[in-house]
Design a protein around this ligand. Structure first.
Ligand SMILES: *Cc1c(COP(=O)(O)O)cnc(C)c1O
Length: 467
């Protein structure tokens, strides 16, 4: 499989190059040159497989030419072996036509583990094959950092440095990062905001000489391999509920649009997806887009669902590219307009086509609390604030009763104990593998929000000296 950029000006790459490249050189995002097709018989043949073997089958065509079917299967088996639920991604029925898919049984309790546990192994596999190594640098406001660290810890070909805003991530989130004492992992507590952290990471990547001499790499949500790994659980849920013989709708709490784009990709591959329902918090750029056809950036407001507190959904570019007939120039033009003015209006026919498949709903914190409370008193089910927004979007969409809806639960309740407690009066416990999280020793280095200090730190670390 070969990959093309959404802006049409970057070289066409193989899977292993796309994995390591992250962003394309023309500023675009990589997508497969064509969507692999799964016939009804292909989809039926997935029934009865374990999650790992199922996921490997779905991903096989995307890695073809770089990994053999046996290699991707072995990597999947290893990646999902550490998940704590035997089904890996279990479905729980909460209404007659509504299921919650629990995507929080990985090591760091957020759905990001489902992609990153595999991506860390893919990095190691591909780098070792080519005799190379990289240093991954990233910024986090919470979930991504711990999932990335957990996926890269103790891997020989990878070092990882994660920046978080000092004192501005929750204690559970910080400890999930800083209690990983592996020698290839460093945590930087930056004296600044999340935006400062992200600007510093961008500055490091934009210094091409620094980037090349230190083999910098990224595992943020624009990395194609993360989308690819997420496609698997859309197939998994749909097959469990009757695909290919029955269409299924999905409701997805959305920030960067990576997760829900994987649902779109599954549809393009032949999965009967009736509808994709996008849930947002008060940072509702997507809801407003679905309502009006205009994408307009506004300031970010903090909410109970911090992993969705974003101003711009970077993976939306992939959807735009598809709905503009894969016209890289038109995609680049719209994004240039957006970059310059903070707003873009897409052609009416394109908007009509998008909204035939996608719907968006927003929930403020009070509504989110209300959803958590109502579901709990109705069924005993506890959802974290992100997942509650997905559940709320599923209810709001009013899908015909004969179409099953799957609401994606993206974080374990114990990651957000205060919000759960306020809504339901329950204090959710951490699962056994994290029960002693608050007793584990932490390691992190405090550092000023200054790119040159951080470059020096990264240089010392990659040279093998203590950071
Ligand atoms: C990252 C995250 C999201 C948003 O996912 P996107 O792929 O960025 O849309 C939603 N919920 C949780 C818990 C997350 O960690």
């Amino acid at each position: 499989m070969r990959y093309v950029s959404t802006r049409g000006q970057a070289p066409v790459l193989d899977f292993d190059q796309v994995l390591l490249a992250g962003l394309a050189r023309d500023g675009g995002l990589y997508v497969p040159e064509s969507w692999p097709q799964f016939s009804a018989a292909d989809i039926r043949s997935l029934r009865g497989l374990s999650y790992a073997d199922f996921a490997a089958k779905v991903m096989e065509p995307f890695v073809a030419g770089c990994l053999t079917p046996d290699e991707i299967k072995a990597l999947c088996r290893d990646a999902y072996a550490g998940f704590t639920h035997p089904a890996v991604a279990p479905l729980k029925q909460v209404e007659s036509n509504l299921w919650v898919m629990e995507l929080f049984h990985g090591p760091t309790l957020a759905f990001k583990d489902y992609a990153l546990q595999l991506v860390g192994r893919l990095f190691d596999h591909v780098l070792t094959k080519h005799g190379k190594s990289v240093t991954i640098v990233g910024a986090t406001s919470g979930d991504t950092g711990s999932a990335a660290i957990e996926s890269c810890r103790d891997r020989k070909a990878v070092k990882i440095v994660i920046l978080h805003p000092k004192g501005r991530v929750s204690e559970v989130q910080r400890r999930q990062m800083t209690t990983v004492l592996s020698s290839n992992v460093r945590n930087l507590a930056v004296d600044g905001t999340f935006d400062d952290c992200q600007d510093i990471v961008k500055a490091l990547f934009n210094d091409h000489q620094f980037r090349d001499s230190h083999n910098l790499s990224a595992v943020n949500s624009i990395n194609w391999a993360r989308i690819m790994a997420q496609i698997a659980y859309y197939f998994w849920a749909a097959v469990a509920l009757g695909a290919p013989d029955r269409p299924v709708a999905f409701a997805v709490p959305t920030g960067n649009f990576g997760n829900v784009f994987a649902g779109y990709a599954a549809m393009r591959m032949g999965l009967p997806v009736a509808r994709l329902i996008v849930g947002s918090n008060r940072n509702d750029i997507l809801t407003r887009f679905f309502e009006t056809g205009s994408m307009t950036a506004q300031g970010v407001v903090p909410t109970l669902s911090p992993s969705m507190d974003i101003q711009v959904s970077s993976n939306f570019e992939r959807l735009l590219f598809e709905f503009l007939g894969r016209d890289g120039v038109a995609t680049a033009d719209l994004l240039a307009q957006f970059g310059k003015t903070g707003a873009m209006t897409i052609p009416p026919a394109t908007w009509t086509a998008i909204t035939a498949l996608f719907q968006g709903y927003r929930f403020d914190d009070a509504a989110t609390q209300g959803l958590m409370k109502a579901l709990h008193s109705q069924s005993g089910e506890i959802l974290d604030p992100h997942s509650a927004i997905g559940y709320g979007a599923a209810l709001a969409a009013k899908i015909p009763a004969d179409i099953p809806i799957v609401a994606l639960a993206t974080a374990h309740p114990a990651k957000f104990p205060d919000a759960i407690n306020a809504a339901t009066g329950i204090h959710p416990a951490l699962p056994p593998h994290l029960a002693d999280l608050f007793d584990r020793p932490e390691r992190m280095d405090a550092i000023a929000a200054n790119p040159s200090h951080i470059k020096e730190y990264v240089t010392n670390f990659t040279k093998g000296q203590a950071g």
